[in-house]
Write a protein that binds this ligand. Structure first.
Ligand code: AP5
Ligand code: MG
Ligand code: ZN
Length: 217
């Protein structure tokens, strides 16, 4: 049976980090809407310019565009074993649309996992984040450095980048948007009995163990 999971949490909570570990552990695919939007942003058309502005402002891309993106993505053959939604749904409208598309595609959710992290810890995580320019692997200067300084653990790449929205000012806006628009989807899933919470303040390995223990019960 497929394993379909949602990871929910504020910016810097560790969604991407944990999604990558789940990918390896269960042979399922990470679907990061942030990564998809950043890839789409490089196209240079009107929609790319719109996305760029929205992300820089710490706001959300309109629901309709996001729903279409996910509807197509989860229908792809590599999602057959399952997927980890990292960054979607982010609004109640997206959560409702997801329910409809899952039913239409004869799929179901196994778990909705909330990563709980204090706001001040998020600032430290975000300002220290960098990623490999070649393969996108994410690191943190203090909490999750590369094993060999300046060399990506995954692909051996030696060039690294930082996200343009990873500064304290934009992060505060991202947090505000999250609290206003994404926090309301937690009661939506809680009322369906699907919401599970994990203490995201633990180190990466312990958070991973906690998530896996929720998935095996
Ligand atoms: P997105 O890319 O999803 O950004 P986000 O939600 O702000 O989350 P992040 O990617 O910043 O954090 P993360 O939780 O993945 O943390 P990570 O594992 O990297 O979205 C970007 C933008 O796109 C949005 O603002 C919006 O504009 C738009 N968008 C995306 N989806 C959308 C949607 N559905 N609808 C509308 N708009 C949408 O970890 C962070 C750092 O901490 C890393 O350096 C990591 O190494 C470190 N770290 C991780 N875990 C730990 C730990 N346990 N202890 C210590 N350090 C840790
Ligand atoms: Mg991420
Ligand atoms: Zn790499």
């Amino acid at each position: 049976m497929a394993l379909n999971i949602i990871l929910i949490g504020p910016p810097g909570a560790g969604k991407g980090t944990q999604a990558k570990l789940l990918e390896q552990a269960y042979q399922i695919v990470q679907i990061s809407t942030g990564d998809m939007l950043r890839a789409r942003m490089t196209k240079g058309d009107d929609f790319a310019a719109e996305i760029k502005k929205i992300i820089a402002d710490g706001k959300y891309v309109p629901d309709e565009a996001m729903v279409k993106m996910i509807d197509e993505r989860i229908n792809e053959p590599d999602c057959k074993n399952g997927f980890i939604l990292d960054g979607f749904p982010r609004t109640v409208a997206q959560a409702e649309a997801l329910d409809k598309m899952l039913t239409a595609q004869s799929k179901a959710l196994n778990a909705v996992i909330e990563l709980k992290v204090d706001e001040e810890a998020l600032v430290e995580r975000i300002v220290g984040r960098f990623s490999c320019a070649k393969c996108g692997a994410t690191y943190h200067s203090k909490f999750n450095p590369t094993k060999v300084e300046g060399v990506c653990d995954v692909c051996g790449g030696t060039e690294f980048t930082c996200r343009t929205d990873d500064n304290e000012e934009t992060l505060r806006k991202r947090l505000e948007t999250h609290n206003k628009q994404t926090a309301p989807i937690l009661p939506y899933y809680a009322s369906k009995g699907m919401l599970k919470q994990v203490d995201g303040m633990q180190d990466v390995a312990h958070v991973s163990v906690a998530i896996k223990s929720l998935l095996t019960v």
